[in-house]
Design a protein around this ligand. Structure first.
Ligand code: LMR
Length: 443
């Protein structure tokens, strides 16, 4: 479990990164002395870094010998048996790839696999998107969502006149570090209201309304991580109008398309509203969750531009960001995705498997809610069934989380987020017992 002290140290580092990047001319790297302090290494002064607040939960979980331990930290889908899932359709696509003797392992172009890029843009924007038809979209294959955000962030730091990005408070723990190290200055806008456990739409509109014109705004396309709170369609429309009238630049993080509602089109609605108005925007896509390709690191960055000519010049500059970073992206993961997306039968099979994952998560929400009600656990737990996507933002505080880890071997992030995808009918009672004990014994 991550200690509060470690958490505090991480926050200090994050703050330092933001401040460092605000300094003119800084390259965002924390400077360190290379003189030794009497040790036998030139690295003797290197300070031990804390574990990552999300991935570090798994490190702590792996060290726990308890047979009842439960990992609800990282957002990774598990079956009812608590096992990682490789989708059937992915296995089928891999068989097709292996059996195709014409396939080679040559380098991909800097921007990645052409078919994958085209199909990814269609998946998020819709096959009939006017922006695609007009060649106003450039899409480059990147290393999952994180890599797409980082490449987009570095492009913006180099070529865009505004260096400030507004991210929601709270947001996925990695966002701050990705954009700060890309060279942007990171600020937050109000998003979550802890009292209603819902969206603070007023605060959001006020904060974005007072952001300097041109500022970049990070939006979660659906299934907001960590809160599970999404704007309604009407609220998205309010946000869109404000962003366009203030000439802010939207940057969507789409990590859960199909996971929130079970519908690929439904979960792309927010993005399509913004592209539908003819304006420009950035979209980072990940196939980690919706195709279960976590470790394959498959993602795409699409930039919707004002004209085809601008899009092609933007793409030429993206290549200059990518080439010195990792040269060109890997071939296996995007080949799986392209094989599935271009075959009608495989695509349909994928949508069914995706819907089954989304439905299982929704069932877990109901079971946990019912289990807490059955125990008479103090508090209103209806947010568990109202929130959407992979996570529930429980409202449990860090002390309660630590208690649950120590006494019940339940692992989760210290902000009280639990991955619903890590739960099963078998483990719901154990979690409900732990939550009940935490809220009744730890203030
Ligand atoms: C999460 O939030 O748990 C996932 O997006 C995994 C990660 O990389 O943090």
């Amino acid at each position: 479990m991550i200690s509060e002290a470690a958490d505090r140290r991480l926050n200090t580092i994050s703050r330092h990164l933001i401040v460092t990047n605000e300094d003119e001319g800084s390259n965002g790297v924390i400077s360190s002395s290379i003189t030794s302090s009497g040790g036998d290494s030139v690295f003797a002064n290197v300070v031990r870094a804390p574990e990552d607040p999300i991935l570090g939960v798994t490190v702590a979980y792996n060290k726990d010998p308890s047979p009842v331990k439960l990992n609800l930290g990282v957002g990774a889908y598990r079956t009812e048996e608590g096992k990682p899932l490789v989708l059937n359709v992915v296995r089928k696509a891999e068989m097709l790839l292996v059996n195709d003797r014409s396939r080679v392992k040559e380098y991909l172009p800097i921007v990645g696999l052409a078919d994958f890029n085209k199909l990814s843009a269609q998946l998020i924007l819709g096959a009939d998107s006017p922006a695609i038809r007009d060649n106003r979209v450039t899409t480059v294959q990147c290393l999952s969502g994180t890599g797409s955000l980082r490449v987009g962030g570095e492009f913006l730091a180099k070529h865009y006149y505004q260096r400030t990005i507004y991210i929601p408070n709270p947001t996925w723990g990695n966002h701050t570090k990705i954009f700060a190290l890309a060279g942007l200055s990171v600020k937050t806008y109000r998003y979550y209201d802890p009292v209603t456990r819902g969206l603070n739409i007023q605060g959001l509109l006020e904060d974005l309304g007072s952001a300097p014109s041109g500022s970049i705004v990070l939006l979660h396309a659906c299934a907001h991580n960590p809160t599970g709170v999404d704007p309604t369609v009407e609220q998205w429309e309010q946000i869109r109008r404000l962003i366009r009238s203030k000439k802010l630049l939207p940057f969507f993080d789409s990590a859960y398309q199909g996971f929130a509602s079970g519908s690929l089109d439904g979960d792309a609605q927010s993005v399509r509203m913004f592209v539908g108005d003819g304006g420009e925007c950035f979209i980072a896509q990940s196939y980690a969750k919706n195709m279960g390709l976590y470790g394959e690191r498959v993602g795409a960055l699409s930039i919707v531009c004002g004209s085809a000519d601008v899009a092609s010049r933007v793409e030429s500059q993206l290549k200059l960001v990518i080439r010195p970073m990792y040269s060109n992206p890997p071939i296996h993961g995007p080949s799986i995705v392209a094989t599935i997306l271009k075959d009608r039968n495989l695509y349909n099979e994928w949508t069914l498997e995706l819907k089954a994952m989304a439905d299982r998560i929704i069932t877990m929400r109901k079971q946990l809610f019912d289990a807490l009600r059955a125990r008479g656990t103090p508090g209103d737990w209806s947010h568990i069934i109202k929130q959407i996507g992979m996570f529930t933002f429980t409202g449990l505080n860090t002390k309660q989380v630590n208690f649950m880890t120590k006494e019940y071997h339940i692992y989760m992030t210290s902000d009280g987020r639990i991955s619903m995808a890590g739960l099963s009918s078998r483990t719901v009672p154990h979690l409900a017992d732990a939550i009940h004990a935490a809220v009744t014994t730890v203030v």
